[in-house]
Design a protein around this ligand. Structure first.
Ligand SMILES: Cc1cc2nc3c(=O)[nH]c(=O)nc-3n(C[C@H](O)[C@H](O)[C@H](O)COP(=O)(O)O)c2cc1C
Length: 408
């Protein structure tokens, strides 16, 4: 076990305990109010044994992490701490978070930090909180904090600054935008989470699954340690596996596609005119610049694409690189049924090939060469004319999904 101090919101030190080889896939553990990293002792051990790198934080005002002198315990400060820690980690962890820690994680990963984690486990983090129950919890925590031993562990001023009703609304809103694989674990005897509210909460998260720990209360991870750890490890094995998937020639082509999909690209629409003057075009991300002198580029076209025969024969074609607003066009030119050109703003370019208006850049090409590329043809074009729009952002494609640039 080792210690690491991260810079939290406003530079406040956030202390973490770490177990396991730092090269293994990481799991970040977040506790609830009034606890410390120690709440996760058993889960941390099980995760380390299962080959994970475990990082258990003390939230601000808890354990060995900083306690701001001005009592700055706003929810935003906690959110800032978590965002800071995630950004400082070398790999995207699965965040496993109990209660209040779950609120933080749902807000950070749902609002704009989805790229900072590879999965989320919410351990009894209430999606709605009955004000009476919230008061009961706060009173219980205050009583415990009044006891000397507890006061050393956490700063009870936290309870004076968190508006649990406002936070619960924010959590619900952020959760509906969660895109990482998510598991909600509820203790069947929990008084803090309501079974019906949890069900509707899980239903609003696209990538979520649900597990109930029978006989456990709000703190399922400590109430029924073994049952909780089994559910947690099962989720990790399925959704964030330890061993990276492997492709071997002749095996499942899906894995090869997934491996190739790790190469982030832009998106283009390749266009040409058929002999009878009909415009043809298809979405393609296999675009590559080839040579500056002579000016060459290439695209790979599936032999079984409807447009392949026209593109194979056309002595001119255009490559339109798409900007972020052209995602509908990208879908249209990848769909068999859509009216591709009827619904798209285009014109004939100088070289007599269809050019899509408003593209990020357009390359009007003469056919330079055609090569065999297995089930694709490699179409090499000599660029006769190129234009581009310097003020727009590209439409990106990565791991089978459209993406946009973000500057962290
Ligand atoms: C993001 C994205 C990238 C694609 N890249 C290619 C590509 O490089 N080459 C290709 O042949 N098809 C590619 N496709 C698939 C074609 O766009 C799709 O099969 C289309 O329906 C073919 O049209 P066609 O059969 O009318 O020619 C891509 C689809 C998408 C959504």
């Amino acid at each position: 076990m080792s210690l690491q101090t991260f810079a939290g919101f406003g530079g406040l030190p956030i202390v973490a305990r770490l177990w396991g080889d730092p090269h293994l896939p990481p799991v970040l553990l977040l506790h609830g109010i009034g606890q410390t990293h120690a709440a996760w002792a058993d889960a941390a051990y099980a995760l380390e044994q299962a080959g994970r790198h475990v990082i258990a934080l003390d939230l601000r005002g808890h354990g060995e992490s900083g306690r701001p002198v001005d009592g700055a315990y706003s929810f935003d400060a906690f959110v800032g701490d978590l965002r800071g820690v995630l950004a400082q980690l070398p790999a995207r962890p699965v965040v496993v978070a109990a209660s209040f820690g779950g609120w933080l994680a749902a807000v950070v990963l749902g609002e704009d930090g989805g790229h900072l984690a590879s999965g989320l486990v919410l351990a009894d983090a209430p999606p709605e909180l009955d004000p009476q129950i919230a008061r009961g919890i706060a009173d219980g925590l205050r009583r415990r904090a009044a006891d000397n031993a507890q006061a050393a562990v956490w700063d009870a001023r936290i309870l004076d600054t968190i508006d649990s009703e406002a936070v619960a609304i924010r959590v619900r809103d952020a959760a509906s935008r969660l895109a990482v694989p998510t598991l909600f674990v509820r203790g069947s005897e929990s008084r803090v989470t309501d079974a019906g509210a949890v069900e509707s909460f899980v239903a609003c998260i696209a990538s979520a699954e649900f597990a109930q720990i029978e006989g456990a209360g709000h703190l399922a991870a400590t109430d029924r340690t073994e049952a909780f750890n089994a559910v947690l490890l099962n989720f990790l094995e399925r959704r964030v596996p330890l061993l990276p998937p492997e492709y071997r020639e002749g095996t499942d082509p899906r894995t090869l596609r997934d491996a190739l999909g790790c190469f982030a690209t832009g998106v283009t629409i390749v266009t040409a005119l058929a002999d009878d003057g009909t415009p043809v075009g298809l979405t393609a991300n296999s675009f590559t610049s080839v040579s500056l002198d002579p000016p060459l580029l290439l695209v790979c076209i599936a032999r079984n694409a409807g447009s392949a025969s026209v593109l194979e024969q056309a002595d001119r074609f255009a490559v339109n690189v798409l900007q972020i607003g052209q995602q509908p066009a990208s879908n249209r030119f990848a769909s068999r049924t859509a009216d591709r050109f009827g619904m798209t703003d285009w014109q004939l370019g100088e070289m007599g090939v269809p050019v899509l208006n408003g593209s990020l850049s357009t390359f009007e090409c003469a056919r330079h060469a055609l090569h065999d590329g297995g089930d694709h043809i490699i179409l090499v074009g000599r660029v006769i004319k190129a234009t581009f729009e310097p003020r727009r952002d590209p439409l990106l494609y990565f791991r089978g999904k459209y993406r946009r640039l973000h500057f962290a």
